[in-house]
Design a protein around this ligand. Sequence first.
Ligand code: ZN
Length: 293
Amino acid sequence: MYGQPSSPARRSGCLGILLGNPRIMGALVLLVMGYFTYMSSTREEVNPFTGEKVRVKLTPDQEVAMGLQSAPQMMKEFGGEYREPILANKINEIGARLLRAKDQIVARRGSKDFNYPFAFHVLDDRKTINAFALPGGQVFITRALLEQLPSEDAVAGVLGHEVGHVLAWHSNKQMAKSGLLQSIAGAAAAATASERSNGSAIGQMVGQLLQTRYGREDESQSDRIGVQLLIVAGYKPEALLDVMKVLGQSMGGARPPEILSTHPFPETRAKQIDVYIDHFSKDPFGTWTQGWN
Ligand SMILES: [Zn+2]
């Protein structure tokens, strides 16, 4: 009972009772199984763009497959794809310019490139200010956000931030992090149910992806990558400060847009962005070594 003093002999007796309890033993076995599943289903890799050693879950091919599989559902949530050719061409042109900058940076570092099939989509939602990216290179921006942005440079700023999430493997890293808990749940399910098909396992991962929220560090890193891509591509990096103003004005909605979620307020980010602009203006092809924020 709680609050009752107990002798060492009594405590070891308790341990004996715990270990003798089949449910607790079962849970311990699942924990160990979950840990080993986690270790074997994730791996450590050096990211070619950031140079960081990170733990990821998916291979690049799996990332691309998952992005393509999730894209139709994501597009449906925001009014479907807006297929106006002049605007689509412009967005593709800005995206291509950012990707050429990415290629130049990766080439200077002597890293192996990603080979993600990037695609930039405009979504026909004129109410929701939003932009987001799926692993493997599917990038989206809503008409509502586009209509608020004052310049091509600012559009490039938003797309550059989203490309940053893809390049730095943010979804993939989140999946590896949550993989331990997921594996334990999976082990528990496996112990009680018959073997799952591969298809449903991918379905579960897609579900998880749709709920992914990046952390503050990931958002800061994407801002940094955005700034660097803008500078190397010849866009004005200060345009990202205009983006922060637009986002600041859009705050207060029920569901904050991806580019605004789980990170510092736009004013705080604007101050950080000033520091990134200063850093990468002096060394456009360099890496960031000053910590996360
Ligand atoms: Zn973001």
